[in-house]
Design a protein around this ligand. Structure first.
Ligand code: IPE
Ligand code: IPE
Ligand code: MG
Length: 238
């Protein structure tokens, strides 16, 4: 499907706009989240069929804990339901789940369902689907420092590779492309250390409406970008 430049190795998506989508249709915010969850299945499958090796979905931020209790408990139930479903579906056999975020601080049953999903899919060899749940960039850094202290190592990490091992994203390549739906143009704590050279793309479409075609369009836009990583290369200058 895509010829020439490579497809991104790692795509991160900030799923935004469920609430506005619901409002647009005169439905509850929770209804919007349910539609958003359905769309997760659709986009995950398409990303896998396009051969994307790593896909990260930002599904719940630490700051989202400040939302009304009913919305949070509805979201937790959705996580649990989908985690159980996903662990058993034949279709998704190849997909391996990795979790990033402060999972242990979540509601016990939700944390358990998510961890079970991670364990059940750990030997799968297909696309790695990273779920950022109860995630915050600063929180990840603080937990990384804590892990470093726990390791008992006397010498501070001397280079990025030495520090990276304490992050939730250990072993996962940095995202090449970050998409945030709904037209908002900010990262809201999404992978601040890993996004230093990510290409950013902000389509106006609300998450429940983000289609397979929109994903392909995002990849096309990415493939037209010139990535320099601070270097000067004659062939890259316009
Ligand atoms: C994104 O949709 C999903 C979560 C943050 C859990 P929102 O709930 O933020 O939707 P809007 O931004 O209110 O439209
Ligand atoms: C960011 O969306 C978090 C997720 C999509 C999970 P929000 O809707 O919570 O972000 P802000 O508050 O608009 O920055
Ligand atoms: Mg939002």
């Amino acid at each position: 499907m895509f010829s020439g430049k490579p497809v991104p190795r790692h795509i991160g998506i900030i799923l935004d706009g469920n609430g506005r989508w619901a409002q647009q249709w005169g439905k509850s915010r929770l209804y919007g989240h349910r539609q958003g969850a359905k769309n997760v299945q659709r986009i995950v499958r398409h990303a896998q069929s396009l051969g994307i090796p790593f896909l990260t979905l930002y599904t719940f931020s630490i700051e989202n804990n400040a939302r009304p209790k009913a919305e949070i408990s509805g979201l937790m139930s959705l996580f649990e339901r989908y985690a159980k479903h996903f662990a058993h579906t034949e279709h998704d056999q190849g997909i391996r789940i990795r979790l990033i975020g402060n999972i242990d601080a979540m509601k016990k049953s939700t944390a358990h369902a998510l961890r079970q999903l991670e364990i059940k899919t750990q030997d799968r060899k297909g696309m790695v689907l990273i779920l950022a749940v109860n995630y915050g960039g600063r929180d990840e850094i603080l937990r990384a420092l804590h892990r470093f202290q726990e390791s008992g190592k006397a010498i501070s990490p001397a280079c990025w590779e030495d520090f990276e091992i304490y992050l939730d994203t250990h072993g996962i390549p940095d995202p090449d492309l970050i998409i945030r739906t709904s037209g908002e143009m900010r990262l809201s704590h999404f992978l601040p250390l890993q996004s230093v050279y990510s290409e950013l793309y902000f389509p106006p479409v609300l998450w429940p409406d983000f289609s397979e075609k929109d994903l392909e369009e995002a990849i096309e836009v990415y493939r037209k970008r010139q990535r320099r990583f601070g270097e000067y290369k004659k062939e890259l200058s316009r």
